[in-house]
Design a protein around this ligand. Structure first.
Ligand SMILES: [Zn+2]
Length: 58
């Protein structure tokens, strides 16, 4: 279990691209954009951190 992860891996299902997205300034979510269609994705971080390491964007 890693607590200091500044990024997570995410699969942009829109374009089937795997990428890393990074923590935002507020440190309450990971935010990123699909490199292909520019679709935005945001993964909220709970009090105990994120439980899953991999997320999917739509
Ligand atoms: Zn996309």
């Amino acid at each position: 279990m890693t607590r200091e992860g500044k990024f997570i891996g995410i699969l942009f299902e829109c374009c089937n691209i795997y990428r890393r997205i990074y923590m935002n300034k507020e440190k309450n979510a990971y935010e990123g954009k699909c490199p292909k269609c520019n679709g935005e994705v945001k993964v909220k971080i709970g009090p105990g951190g994120t439980e899953t390491r991999f997320f999917s964007a739509r």
